[in-house]
Design a protein around this ligand. Structure first.
Ligand code: ADP
Ligand code: MG
Length: 261
């Protein structure tokens, strides 16, 4: 059974998509089978992995709202070694459409992914930058949630709101949801702010925070324009080394928990 991991933070630009792509690549390089679900209408993960081969390519929206079988919407990224369930702008209106579905509207993604759960070791969900129904669907489908936090002012406030949402989901649609970990992103050792925020987050959340922080690294922002993960684009750069270290940390935690190894 796949471990389903939502990568979530309602703030945009904190490194969700970058983490989703590169963690998917890291896990698949470690021999795991991986599906990356793009669950943001901006479709950044799909574009960053060149996941659109035809104009009429079905997407996660087609699966949720148009009854397309999920297997038909999954595409293989040969270059990166894992599968993608792509998204595009059609997903932008899905919050409202889903809301009209009434009972069970939080479970739509969870149900859609059901036929795939025994086909992968990991299913990663790249969440949208909001706390609406799409995000609730992702948290309801997930076993755990990985929270990327940018090292800047208000970082803690953002996490607090997300934690309230997670607690709500635990009390309603997904009692088993756990926090996978908190990842400090765009860390800059030269700025006091970055160092202070990282310290504060570590003091507050202790062992939930990964030892590995992701530094600012321009190579990480260049890789998507080539449709590649950082491991294919520039395997020696700091960004690749850090996402490799994160992957190992996550696999090590899974080993300690006695699952997925
Ligand atoms: P989100 O999905 O949370 O909106 P992204 O992963 O898309 O965030 O990152 C926002 C922008 O910052 C993108 O242009 C991305 O390429 C860039 N970026 C993300 N992480 C890093 C990093 N560690 N160093 C440099 N640029 C980064
Ligand atoms: Mg994103």
């Amino acid at each position: 059974m796949a471990k389903v991991m939502a990568i979530s933070n309602q703030k945009g630009g904190v490194g969700k998509t970058t983490t989703a792509i590169n963690l998917a690549a890291g896990l698949s390089a470690a021999g795991k089978t991986v599906l990356l679900v793009d669950f943001d209408s901006q479709g950044n993960a799909s574009q960053g992995l060149s996941a659109f081969f035809t104009e009429d390519q079905p997407t996660v929206y087609s699966v949720l709202m148009e009854g397309v079988p999920v297997q038909e919407a999954v595409v293989r990224s040969e270059a990166n070694g894992f599968d993608i369930l792509p998204a595009n702008l059609a997903l932008a209106g899905a919050d409202l459409e889903m809301d009209k579905q009434g009972a069970g509207k939080e479970q739509l993604l969870s149900r859609a992914l059901e036929p795939l759960r025994d086909q992968y070791d990991y299913i990663l969900i790249d969440c949208p930058p909001s706390l609406g129904l799409l995000n609730t669907n992702a948290l309801t489908a997930a076993d755990t949630v990985l929270i990327p936090v940018q090292c800047e002012y208000y970082a803690l406030e953002g996490i607090t709101q997300l934690l309230i949402t997670i607690r709500l989901v635990q009390h309603t649609s997904n009692p088993g949801l756990r926090i996978e970990g908190i990842l400090m992103t765009m860390y800059d050792i030269r700025t006091r702010l970055s160092v202070e925020v990282a310290q504060e987050v570590r003091q507050t959340f202790g062992r939930l925070v990964y030892q590995t922080s992701i530094p600012r690294n321009v190579r990480l922002s260049e890789a998507p324009s080539r449709g590649l993960s950082i491991f294919q684009y520039d395997p020696r750069c700091t960004g690749a080394q850090k996402y490799q270290a994160l992957t190992e940390e996550i696999l090590e935690r899974a080993r300690q928990e006695g699952s997925h190894e």
